[in-house]
Ligand binder design. Structure first.
Ligand SMILES: [Zn+2]
Ligand SMILES: [Zn+2]
Length: 317
């Protein structure tokens, strides 16, 4: 089968063996999405070698659950050991011996087939088309913010970054009824949020809003977003960090101490709230799709996804 491989920092699309782990489900990938994390992984984040990709929708070809065979599914990306306290409680996102699809110890979704434990798979309702279902993972990550901080309709929230993740985060948070301001640099991307009734601001104009937000979500993926985020928060506000970087972020800790800021990290979210939102068409994901390529053009597609102004790039095996 074809797969987009990262080996010693080199990306290639090549023929590899179809995965055949007998105790896991086999999924034929229908569509996969390139995430900023893929780009960071290709730059060396996490030291991963193997097939990239963790955002997908696919068809189950083999599974221990007969009812799933032939069904369209999405899959949670953390595969736990199944035995530790966290896994037994049904949440393997922090299992110490987990593997992560296309990120850590497990081949990923930019391929004709992938494998995941059957427990990771969720059927996709028929009303959700593939081009929307492929957003389940990043949308779940945006929903994950609400697992980490309480946001109510009286809160003022700023989201920094008008990339794919920022646009999803802003939409999810605005559904809570909170007043949301998206801070970003690109008119065409800001317009996507404006069409959903979300106020937008340029970074240079954000100075007027200094120290006014209860919660700031940093989703810009750039280190400069961090200082801006601290600047926007009211004393005792909460900073949610959403971006994964390759490398270290410089941090001035003084304002965190003086203003008594709480910093919260947020990575993956559960899939079912995201599927619910997609089913209700509560989130505009169509506007986030920039380009689609056949899997064979995966290297070019990765380059496009890393290009300024380009939002989601999809791969079709
Ligand atoms: Zn992702
Ligand atoms: Zn475990």
């Amino acid at each position: 089968m074809l797969a987009l491989r990262l080996e010693k920092r080199r990306l290639t699309v090549k023929d590899v063996l179809k995965p055949e782990q007998p105790d896991e489900a086999l999924v034929r990938v229908l569509l996969s999405g390139i995430c900023n994390t893929d780009i960071e992984v290709a730059r060396g984040y996490g030291g991963f070698n193997g097939t990239l990709g963790h955002e997908f929708v696919g068809l189950v070809e083999e599974s221990s659950d007969r009812k799933l065979v032939g069904r369209r599914v999405v899959g949670e990306i953390n595969a736990g050991c199944g035995n530790c306290d966290l896994c037994r409680a049904g949440d393997s996102r922090h299992c110490a011996s987990r593997t992560v699809l296309g990120i850590h110890g497990r081949d990923g979704a930019h391929a004709e087939f992938l494998q995941l434990p059957t427990v990771n798979l969720l059927p996709v309702p028929d009303s959700i088309v593939d081009e929307h279902a492929v957003f389940t993972e990043p949308l779940a990550a945006a929903c994950g913010i609400l697992e980490r901080v309480k946001i109510s309709n009286s809160d003022r929230v700023a989201v920094i970054g008008d990339g794919k993740l920022g646009l999803l985060c802003a939409q999810v948070v605005s559904l809570t009824g909170a007043s949301v301001v998206l801070i970003g640099k690109h008119s065409s991307k800001l317009r996507i949020a404006e069409r959903r009734g979300i106020e937008t601001v340029r970074p240079k104009d954000a100075a007027k809003r200094r120290r006014t937000f209860d919660v700031v979500v940093e989703a810009s993926g750039s280190a400069s977003g961090f200082g801006l985020a601290l600047d926007q928060l009211r004393p005792k506000g909460q900073l949610v960090l959403k971006s994964t970087f390759h490398g270290k972020t410089e941090l001035d800790a003084t304002p965190i101490v003086v203003e008594e800021i709480s910093i919260v990290g947020s990575r993956c979210g559960r899939f079912s709230p995201a599927l619910d939102l997609l089913k209700k068409s509560a989130i505009d994901v169509d506007s986030l799709i920039s380009e689609e390529y056949p899997l064979s053009k995966g290297v070019h597609a990765m380059r496009r996804a890393a290009t300024r102004g380009v939002l989601k790039v999809l791969l079709r095996p």
